[in-house]
Each structure stands twice: as C-alpha cells, then as structure tokens.
Design a protein around this ligand. Structure first.
Ligand code: HEM
Length: 524
C-alpha cells in the first residue's frame, strides 16, 4: 500500500471511530446516570414514577412541550404515590400542609433555592428572589426588607389611597366607552405604587388617558421564557439564536427593562452628583453598606425588574379573581357594600388601612381571592442544606378506605417544595375548594379563622416569604374598598365566565385556559 493510500485509509477510518467513541461514551454515561438515579441515588426511597426519578423527561414534556402543565401532573402523582413524590431525579414535591414549616423554615435553618428552578428566572438572576445561597439571600434581604415593614407601608398609604381614587375615576370614565381588561386596569395602580416607591416618582400609568402602555406584555414575555431557560440555560447568552424571538417581544420587554435601567442609572448618577434619595428603595440601597458588587447597575436592575414582576401581576390577578366573583354573585357585593359603607365618615372618606383590616367580611373576601389566585402557582422549592428532614404522615390512596402511614428521611442538599395550586385545593382543609366561599374564613363569632392561614401559601412562608406582603395588603384593602363603594355598583362583567378566572396551567403565575380573553368588564 502506498503512503498516500495508507493516509486516506486512516482519514476514512478515524472520523467514524471518533463518532463511535463519542456516541458510545454519551450513551454509556446516560445509562450510568439512569442506573445511579434509580438504584443508588439518595432519593431512591421516595416514591414516584420511574421516568421522573431517572430523568427530567417527564418534567420537560409537561412544562415545555405541553407548556406549564407539570403542576397538574404532580397532583395526579400525589393521588397515586402519597404525600411525598419524587418529581425529578433531585427534587421532591409535598402536598401535606402540616409539613410547610419544615420545608419553608425560618430563623437559622438554612434554605437554598434549587439551581434548576432559579435558571428559569434568566433575566433577573441576581435578584433577591433568584438568590440560590442562603447566606447571600440573608444579606440581600436585610438590605431590602426595612422598606416593606408595616410602618413604612403605613407612611406610603396616603399615596396609595390617592392613586386608588384616581384609578376608580379613570375606570368610571374610560370603562364607559368600551369593555376593558380589569387585570390591566388594576396593574396600572400596582405599577405606579412600586415605581414611585423604588425611584421616588411613579411612572404615571394611572394618569395616562388609556390603558396602554403598561408593563403586562413585557412581564409575560419574560415569564414565557421561564421553562425554556430552565432546560436550556445557555439561551440566556445566545443573543444570535434568541434574536428572532426577542425581536418579536422587544417593544414590550424594552418598555419594562428599558424604563428600569434608565431609573437605576439615574439613581446612581444622582449619588455621584451628591443627590441623596434615601427615601426611595434604590436611592437607599445605593447608600447602604452592601458591598460594591451588590450595587452594580446590573444587580440593581435585576432587583428592580424582579420587584416589578413580583409586585404587579400578583396583586392585579388577586383583585381580578375577586372582581369576577363579586360582580357575578349579588349576595357577596351586597354584604361587602354593607360592611364597608359602615366605616366611611360623613364625607364618604375611607378609614385607614389598619381600620379596614378589622372588617371581617372584607378580609374574608380578600383571603378567598388570595387563595384562588394562588400567588405563585408553580412549585417553589427549597434546599435544606444544614439538616435532614423527617417526614411522617398518613394518607389514603385513591379508591381505598384505609389510611396508610408514610415515613421518610429527606437527605440534606435536595430540593423539596409545594405548590399553592395543589395545597389550596386540599379538600380536608378547604372543602368545596374550587368554589369562591368567603365565609370559610370566618368562625361562628364572625372572626378570621387563623388556623387556615397556615395552609395558605399565596405569599409562601419562612425565610423567603414574600417581602411585599404589607404593601400587597394595603393595596388590596384600599382598592377593593373603593371599588366596592364607587365602581362595582356600575360595573358589569363583559363576555367573561368562570373559566377565565380558573387555574388551567402556570408559568410561575397561574393562567386560565389558553382561549381566555381575560377578565373583562364595562361601566354601565
Ligand atoms: C398579592 C400580592 C403578592 C403575592 C401573592 C406574592 C407572592 C409571593 C410569593 C409566593 C413569593 C415567594 C416566591 C418563592 O418562594 O420563590 C414572593 C416573594 C417575593 N415577593 Fe411577593 N407577592 C405579592 C406582592 C408583592 C409585592 C407588592 C412586592 C413588592 C415589594 C413583592 C415582592 C416580593 C419579593 C422581593 C420576593 C422575594 C422574597 C425573597 O426571596 O426573600 N411581592 N411573593
């Protein structure tokens, strides 16, 4: 054989053998991983479907292919396998509310967030909400939390009240011309409140003539990427691949992110020019003792975008669910009106938020709205890093009459979580759970039933519980009272049915059926 022939023979042969070696290594590795996950993994004793224990394929199929439907599948798994199920190789899901305080613990009990979950937050990776490590989370949270204390929110109350009055005026005028989307209308208030507090001046969405522009499309454009980013985290860095996708979304996302970047840069420039905005969240964070890398424009922008996402759609969706039920059930509106009317003064002015919170029926309507709007509907998991958890509980398999004991040790370092869209339909705690029944929150003395609070996951629990719960309550109590007195008597739902407010699937936030056109109403 000539030298030339020998070389071309080797060249012909080499690539095939490389391909063979590469493919067989890959297949071998996958077989090794599957075997490990099923037979040697520290979570192998937790029940669940074998496919979910061995691979992420089941989660991928339900969340990416069917889009946001893994929560529904997890619910079925619990019926078959019990209160704890292994929903992916490294994650457990729980549907026993007696275990909430163990999973969502507070104090010194360390809880990381799982990386698989945090990858979904793509564009806001450095925000408090997306912080994986417990200690870094504590540092970021302590810098932010004082702004959202009850005392701070009480100082903000007059502004919230004024904006809520203006929004009612606007709904009464603009809503008379054409049917409108109530969630969009309510989101103008929550966007103005959070932007005003973060940067000193609200964006002025309530004051503009119509419902547009607003942040909702931008917000959903970001949320829509969540599952893709979870499974393909590199998409975050692949500008070219993402370009056609982001181009379609760019105007809406640009409005949200662009506005925030400008405001953060302004806050930093103000500091350099010696202007101190200590009364605003970001002015004050820039002045704080946080280390310099925590105050970069990128980190603070991530925080601001996350705050906008957290503080707008959650409140507007809760109020939309409430609005639908109040407008379609005359007896609820009647009771609510009677109770709120009693506390207005001679000039028709509302009392303070603190006084409104004492009204039992108003509170019951709000809590029922929070229950059926879920807050974050998808599971939000925690990773206990410093301790193993011990679970012990009873459950009754579907179709059986006898209960079974379930006992498991959950080794430290693995994710375990719950989903409000499942817990809020535990019939042993919330009977007839799919119905909107404010009375379930009241006892025989017409007082709030505190024991139900422990099963309400709308704001989550423990060290990573919602930081904005006071702000959310203040907005909900104030706006709902004003709507009841001023707007609801003239408002009718428009081509909206219960399916438009009923959970169907989720992208972090709960969503109704895909054909829904939203909760719409008109002023008559
Ligand atoms: C009805 C209104 C609201 C609901 C139902 C709600 C719900 C939640 C839930 C369930 C979480 C926990 C998420 C997780 O476990 O991963 C959370 C976290 C958070 N929420 Fe809210 N939220 C509301 C309003 C607000 C408001 C008004 C703000 C504004 C300050 C806010 C800011 C945050 C922040 C910063 C976090 C992250 C906290 C942390 O990781 O320490 N939320 N919220």
């Amino acid at each position: 054989m000539s030298f030339h022939k020998a070389i071309s023979h080797v060249m012909d042969y080499l690539p095939k053998s490389y391909l063979f070696i590469f493919t067989s290594t890959l297949v071998g590795y996958q077989i090794f991983k599957l075997t490990y996950n099923l037979f040697f993994h520290p979570l192998r004793h937790i029940p669940g479907p074998k496919l979910a224990a061995a691979t992420y394929l089941e989660e991928f199929y339900y969340d990416v292919v069917l889009y946001g439907r893994y929560t529904n599948r997890i619910k079925e798994m619990h019926e078959q396998y019990g209160p704890l199920v292994r929903i992916s190789p490294d994650e457990i899901h729980c549907n026993d509310s007696l275990f909430i305080d163990e999973i969502y613990a507070g104090g010194n009990r360390k809880r990381d967030k799982p990386i698989h979950q945090v990858r979904g937050s793509g564009t806001v990776q450095q925000a408090l909400f997306s912080t994986i490590n417990h200690d870094v989370h504590r540092m970021r949270r302590s810098a932010l939390s004082r702004f959202f204390s009850r005392a701070q929110v009480t100082q903000l109350e007059p502004k919230i009240h004024k904006l809520a009055e203006r929004l009612c005026d606007k709904i009464l005028v603009v809503g008379k011309k054409d049917p409108f989307d109530v969630t969009t209308a309510y989101s103008l208030l929550s966007s103005d409140v959070i932007s005003g507090y973060c940067f000193g001046e609200s964006i002025g969405l309530v004051a503009q003539k119509s419902w547009e522009p607003n942040f909702r499309k931008g917000l959903y454009a970001l949320l829509n990427m969540m599952y893709y980013l979870r499974f393909f985290p590199l998409l975050r860095y692949m500008g070219l691949v993402m370009a056609p996708f982001t181009k379609v979304l760019s105007a809406d996302v640009e409005f949200l992110i662009g506005t925030i970047h400008v405001d953060i840069k302004q806050a930093k420039e103000d500091k350099e020019a010696g202007i101190i905005n200590e009364k605003t969240v970001f002015g004050s964070l820039i002045e704080s003792t946080l280390p310099p890398n925590e105050k970069s424009v990128q980190r603070l922008s991530d925080e601001a975008i996350a705050l906008f996402i957290a503080a707008t759609e959650t409140i507007s969706w809760a109020l939309s669910v409430i609005t639908y039920h109040v407008l379609t059930r005359a007896e609820i509106l009647e009771k609510l009106t009677a109770e709120v009317s009693q506390v207005v003064d001679d000039k028709g002015e509302l009392p303070s938020w603190a006084a409104l919170e004492k009204l039992p029926y108003l509170g019951a309507v709000i809590y029922e709205g929070l229950r059926l709007s879920y807050g974050v509907a998808s599971r939000t998991s925690r990773v206990p890093t410093g301790e193993d958890l011990v679970y012990c509980g009873d459950w009754t398999p579907k179709g059986s009459k006898t209960s079974t004991r379930a006992e498991y040790v959950i080794p430290r370092g693995y994710a375990i979580g719950m989903s409000s869209a499942i817990t809020h339909h535990d019939e042993s705690i919330f009977p007839d759970s799919h119905s909107f029944l404010p009375e379930r929150w009241l006892d025989e003395r017409n007082q709030h039933r505190k024991e139900l609070d422990r099963s309400l996951l709308s704001f989550s629990k423990g060290s990573r519980t919602c930081i904005g719960v006071n702000l959310a309550h203040c907005e909900l109590y104030t706006l709902l009272s004003l709507l009841t007195l001023r707007v609801f008597p003239r408002m009718k739902v428009y081509e909206t049915t219960e399916s438009d407010v009923t959970y169907d699937h989720d992208i972090f936030n709960p969503l109704p059926v895909k054909t829904s056109k939203g909760v719409r109403a008109i002023i008559v």
